[in-house]
Every structure is written in C-alpha cells, then in structure tokens.
Write a protein that binds this ligand. Structure first.
Ligand SMILES: Nc1ncnc2c1ncn2[C@@H]1O[C@H](COP(=O)(O)OP(=O)(O)OP(=O)(O)O)[C@@H](O)[C@H]1O
Length: 261
C-alpha cells in the first residue's frame, strides 16, 4: 500500500469524547513522509489525547486513523507499533535499574522476540545469534544518538538530556517509520535543545518521519516543515512556520505577539 506519496499517517474526522467533553474534535491531519510535523496548542488543547489515539492507547469515539493507507482505527498499541508508529513520553519512562545499553536492548527484543516479559528475562545472558545481533544494533543506536560513551551507565544516573536521547534510541530500536515525540526538550538547557534539534533533523536521513508536540516555540519554528495548531480539541490552523506564526487565530489562541516575534 505504501508509496512515497501515501502519507505515513492520516486522521479523518478524528474525535474523542470523555463523557460529554470533546478532547479531540473532527481532526483531519496528514503527516507526509520525510517531514518534521509539529502539533502545538495551549495546555489542554488535545495534543496528548491525539497522540494516544494515534498510538492505539485510546480508541476513537468517531473517525479514522490511517497508517500507510491502511485503516487501523481501534487497533491496539502493539499492532500500531508493528506498523511503525512509535512514541516517546512526556515524562521519561526508562527502566531505572538497567544500563543505557540494556534499555535499548529491551526495546529491540520486544520487536524481535516473544514480547516484553521474554525481553526482560533474556537480557542478562546474551548468547544466541539473535541476542548478539540485538546487542550490535543497540550499540549502533546508542552511537546514533551520541550515547556510546555512557552505554554502561544506569538509566537513572544519566542527565535528563541523556535520558531523553536514550528514550529516542529505545524508540528507534523498534524501527519506526513515524516517531512521535511528546515534549522531548522540556527541561533542557539551550545547548541541549540545539543538540536535540540536530538529532531530530538527522533522523530524517534515516527515512524516519517525525511528529512532535512541544511548547518550546523557537525549536518548533526552527525544525518543522508543517505545524498544526490545536485549540479546544480542534485544529485551528496549519501550514509552514512562517504562515502559522502570522495567523491571527493562532496569535489570539496561543502564541501571543511576544512569543511569535
Ligand atoms: N482520560 C480523560 N478523562 C477526562 N478528560 C480528559 C482525559 N484525558 C484528557 N482529558 C481532557 O481533555 C482535554 C485535552 O487534554 P490533553 O492532555 O490531550 O491536552 P494537551 O494539549 O496534551 O495539553 P498539555 O499541553 O497540557 O499536555 C483536557 O481538557 C483534559 O482535561
């Protein structure tokens, strides 16, 4: 089904209600292959709910989610991950008592073997060819995100920015075609944000498409090809950064003249 023209992910009329409240309302999104697409909006706009819908954590109330031309609405998270849509989380969710390398190996095992518990059980005694290949790939991924030197450090002992890199390496271990980054630079200093921006852009060269939610506006403006803006569950604007930051509805709803300057 997939060709270079088929969007990597589309939502059509996507709606999620909690009781009578519409957290996401009739959202149509098209994520084009090979782009960095940002999803922004004020707190409570519905961005996290949209991520949860796209990754199968929540079923839609109405509407469709289409990955590579296939309607996956209502599919479970593992099935969506197998189709190449993988996310990181707003708060870091690593295994604290495992090293950086082991965290990536677990991500890889959960793709190549019989699931998560097997993965956890197998990590200490690496022996078979599959396990050796898993280790090699995990090492490559740590190199990819600039964490090779810290491979044997426990996840909890890494600085926040390195934990975020590690989360990305673990997500890459699942071989995503669409990587969803949920506030990936929150709490980083300006130098770390710049390094993260370089890493995100470099992932495009690996054939990965990125959907990012972030409150860090200068990062969003610098790296995004397309920005979709949400407010009260609805998509209120969409376009390249230059157009979005001049959109009067966006300015009124969210950015404010100061932030957009
Ligand atoms: N499980 C739930 N039950 C009830 N209401 C919910 C639930 N999840 C989200 N909401 C509501 O839906 C709205 C959208 O929330 P959501 O977390 O998607 O916003 P957001 O744009 O991600 O915000 P933030 O930028 O603060 O992360 C909010 O009003 C929230 O209170």
């Amino acid at each position: 089904m997939s060709s270079t023209d088929t969007p990597v992910l589309q939502t059509r009329n996507l709606t999620r209600r909690f009781g009578g409240y519409s957290a996401v309302s009739n959202v149509d999104l098209t994520i084009r292959r090979g782009t960095i697409h940002a999803l922004i909006g004020p707190n409570g706009a519905g961005k996290t709910t949209l991520f949860n819908l796209m990754t199968g954590v929540l079923p839609p109330t109405e509407g469709q989610i289409i990955i590579d031309g296939v309607d996956v609405s209502g599919s479970r998270p593992d099935s969506i991950a197998r189709r190449g849509v993988v996310r990181t989380f707003q708060g870091v969710r690593l295994f604290p008592s495992m090293t950086a390398l082991e965290n990536v190996e677990v991500g890889r095992f959960s793709r190549t073997r019989g699931g998560f518990l097997t993965a956890l059980a197998r990590v200490p005694g690496l022996a078979t060819p599959t396990e050796a290949a898993t280790r090699r790939r995990a090492e490559e991924l740590l190199e990819r995100v600039g964490l090779s030197a810290r491979r044997n450090v426990l996840a909890t002992e890494l600085a926040l920015a390195d934990q975020r890199r590690l989360e990305i390496a673990r997500a890459l271990a699942v071989d995503p075609k669409l990587l969803l980054l949920d506030e990936p630079v929150a709490g980083m200093n300006p130098v770390e944000v710049q390094e993260a921006a370089r890493l995100f852009k470099s992932l495009l060269d690996d054939g990965i498409t990125i959907l990012i939610t972030e409150h860090h506006m200068s990062l969003v403006m610098a790296i995004s090809d397309v920005i979709s803006v949400m407010n009260y569950g609805r998509k209120i604007a969409e376009g390249p950064p230059e157009a979005v930051k001049r959109d009067p509805e966006v300015l009124a709803a969210y950015l404010g003249t100061e932030a957009a300057a």
